[in-house]
Design a protein around this ligand. Structure first.
Ligand code: HEM
Ligand SMILES: *[C@@H]1O[C@H](CO)[C@@H](O)[C@H](O)[C@H]1NC(C)=O
Length: 320
């Protein structure tokens, strides 16, 4: 009798766990009914922007990452400073480096026109623009999850503490990712976003002058555009095929040609699990496509605002 009762209690508890959304639910078809034109409208602007400047694809991908790692994927990174809060744009990881805001404004205008109203959130625009950028630069086209709403506040402080800096060690990188519900595999895969885009001298100077696990020719060549003093904003490709979403990021790490210290931390040649992942993806583009897509969806699921939480911003730069 007692065991039957505890069995039933178990079933009820299990059912509750299954039925109750653990985090709020996003879905691929969120805008299918309310605005089927939304995704094509976003794709069109991203295509124009990437054709105009391939690096913009990288910048849009990074915007989504910097959004999600600071209190969830809630469009907070897009908010300008106001008299009541200092936003994320001026935080250390973002100041002078994060870009793409004009393209997001263009997308918001185009999508609101296509939908005859403001129904698509800025947080979702970031997720779709990131996906489209990856696809348009030759990467996978995954089903992006939608239904996020926009935050009504932002925090410089949280951007400073929650985004990983390039001087982090492997264990610091891993614990940072774990603090966002991501694991080693996600760390290796999402870092490979550095297969596209550029970095400023100031972010890799210490690596090219002081790290020992670096290819000598590669360091010498990077030093030419990144002097030990000055030239902080001089740009350098994050991998050798910076306009193409490919596996060259991984094969470069095998040759000690990671540009950022944090990149090379993922491959040290000591046979670690991280090393094994880098080695595997360097020779398996199809697994990289598949697993990168899964990790992007996972990152896109970090603490979204859904239902009636937050708002759908009229202007991505300010709260309604
Ligand atoms: C693992 C920890 C990471 C660190 C330490 C890191 C650090 C950096 C740094 C320092 C830059 C150059 C910024 C500048 O020049 O000021 C950069 C650029 C970039 N990052 Fe990361 N990043 C990380 C993970 C990621 C992730 C997860 C993504 C996306 C999924 C990403 C996407 C990008 C892209 C695309 C660029 C180039 C942006 C452009 O050219 O505008 N990064 N990252
Ligand atoms: C390299 O290391 C030395 C000794 O720690 C330090 O003084 C110097 O500033 C470092 N150089 C760079 C470019 O980080």
């Amino acid at each position: 009798m007692a065991s039957l009762r505890s069995f039933l209690v178990c079933i009820i508890v299990l059912a509750a766990i299954v039925i109750t959304p653990s985090s709020a639910q996003l879905s691929a078809g969120f805008y299918n009914k309310v605005c089927p034109q939304a995704l094509p409208a976003i794709r069109k602007i991203v295509r124009q922007a990437v054709r105009n400047e391939p690096r913009m694809g990288a910048s849009l991908l990074r915007l989504h990452f910097h959004d999600c790692f600071v209190n969830g994927c809630d469009g907070s990174v897009l908010l300008d400073d106001t008299s009541t809060f200092t936003g994320e744009k001026t935080a250390r990881p973002n100041a002078g480096s994060i870009r793409g805001f004009q393209v997001i404004d263009q997308i918001k205008a185009a999508v609101d026109k296509a939908c005859k109203g403001s129904v698509v959130s800025c947080a979702d625009i970031l997720a779709v623009a990131a996906r489209d950028s990856v696809y348009l630069l030759g990467g996978p086209e995954y089903n992006v999850q939608l239904g996020r709403r926009d935050a009504t506040t932002a925090s410089t402080n949280d951007a400073n503490t929650n985004l990983p800096p390039p001087f982090f060690s492997f264990s610091q990188l891993l614990s940072n990712f774990q603090s966002h519900g991501l694991d080693l595999k996600d760390l290796v895969l999402l870092s490979a976003a550095h297969t596209i885009g550029l970095a400023r001298c100031t972010t890799f100077r210490a690596r090219i002058y002081n790290d020992t696990n670096i290819n000598a020719k590669f360091a010498a060549s990077a030093k030419r555009s990144c002097p030990s003093n000055g030239g902080d904003n001089n740009l350098q490709p994050l991998d050798a095929t910076t306009k193409k979403f490919d596996t060259v990021y991984f094969s470069s790490l095998l040759k000690s040609k990671g540009l950022l210290h944090s990149d090379q931390e993922l491959f040290k040649g000591d046979g670690s699990d991280s090393d094994k992942l880098v080695q595997h993806y360097s020779v398996s583009p199809s697994d990289f496509w598949k697993d990168f897509s899964a990790s992007m969806i996972k990152m896109g699921n970090i603490k979204p605002l859904t239902g009636n939480a937050g708002e759908v911003r009229l202007n991505c730069r300010k709260i309604n």
